[in-house]
Design a protein. Structure first.
Length: 318
């Protein structure tokens, strides 16, 4: 990729050196050999060849066009809260939105626009402060708006797809599109967009609410979450999808004796068997061994083949 280079120290928690590529609006920050364990909530994963931190959809477009010309593999990263990255890391370029693409715009009448890297908990709090209701159920999901829309994340009977009105996507060739969400096929923890690419902005239509009441509701919902799930631990949330027309994956794992089961420093939480936690120095190999054991035990005990909800990156994944 062309551009002027300068060395700079990356102010995050990685010790690798960062450089900056010159885009149309100035330098785009990038890190070579970024440690993926620093960018995932489970704290597991080898290095990414290169990670870039665009500040706008336009910079995303520039990067995607250039990467395509170079024939490099490209991946999109939000908060890394639904990811298990292989110990050998990932090749090519990772575009990380959480750092520099978290701007929001609130308008009267319930219309809110959020960039793809906006964190959901922050989004929910600012919606409440602005007198908008409808995001409370999602406030405890530690992902970005872009990652959540891609996964159609949801909780307590609400999914993000229900409150999104439109989505802006930069396709793999670097072209920008905007779609009404009625043209997106939302399913259980998945969304099929008319084009494949990066979610750069999402428009929401929200109901009005009294801030104090919205906060109170959010608090009650988060307390329920805290009571049922590990809190403040390193995890990627649900390991397996809940199978259709059966008991939940957590129940089936518990039935199969997997609650608290451990491989190295990876364990199925004592609090919620479907939450895999990193007890310290877990590796992706530990986590994958544990996942396999859980899957086999549930199959033999309940005759159900569990499917993964967590996304795998690297040798064992996409
Ligand atoms: C403690 C905890 C609790 C959780 N609770 C819930 C819950 O209640 N409900 C729920 O649904 N999930 C839950 N999750 C899982 C996770 O938070 C969600 O799936 C979340 O939406 C993932 O967002 P992210 O930004 O972290 O995505 P990432 O993990 O970074 O990425 C997930 C996938 O989305 C893609 N992606 C990310 N950003 C973009 C983008 N801008 N454009 C295109 N593709 C993108 C990635 O390539 C990857 O395939 C929980 C996780 C944790 C750790």
């Amino acid at each position: 990729m062309s551009g002027n280079w300068e060395n700079a120290y990356f102010p995050g928690n990685t010790r690798t050196k960062a450089r900056r590529m010159t885009g149309s609006a100035g330098k785009i920050e990038e890190v070579f050999g970024a440690r993926m364990r620093d960018f995932t909530t489970i704290g597991i994963g080898g290095n990414a060849d290169r990670m870039m931190f665009p500040r706008s959809a336009q910079e995303v477009q520039e990067i995607l066009k250039a990467e395509r010309e170079e024939g490099r593999e490209i991946r999109f990263l939000g908060a890394g809260s639904n990811l298990l990255v292989h110990d050998g890391g990932v090749r090519g370029t990772v575009l990380c939105l959480k750092k520099n693409m978290g701007k929001m715009l609130f308008s009267s009448g319930g219309s809110v626009i959020a960039e793809g890297g906006t964190m959901l908990p922050r989004f929910a709090v600012l919606c409440a402060l602005s007198g908008f209701s409808g995001v409370e159920e999602l406030a405890g999901i530690p992902g970005t708006v872009g990652g959540a829309l891609t996964m159609n994340a949801g909780a307590f009977g609400r999914t993000i797809g229900e409150i999104a009105e439109w989505v802006e996507i930069v396709d793999m060739e670097g072209s920008l599109h905007r779609f009404e969400t009625r043209n997106v096929r939302f399913g259980y923890r998945e969304a099929e967009f008319p084009v494949r690419g990066l979610v750069s902005r999402v428009g929401f239509r929200l109901a009005s609410g009294v801030p104090d009441q919205v906060f109170e509701r959010m608090k009650r919902i988060n307390e329920k979450r805290r009571a049922a799930q590990p809190w403040g631990e390193r995890t990627f949330g649900s390991t397996f999808r809940n199978p259709a027309d059966r008991e939940s994956a957590g129940y089936l794992l518990e039935l199969a004796g997997m609650k608290g089961a451990r491989e190295g420093d990876a364990a199925f939480s004592e609090k919620h068997a479907n939450f895999l936690v990193n007890l310290g120095r877990a590796t992706a190999s530990d986590a994958l061994r544990l996942i396999e054991t859980g899957r086999k035990r549930v199959r033999s005990k309940a005759g159900v083949m569990l499917a993964l909800e967590v996304k795998l990156w690297g040798a064992a994944g996409d």
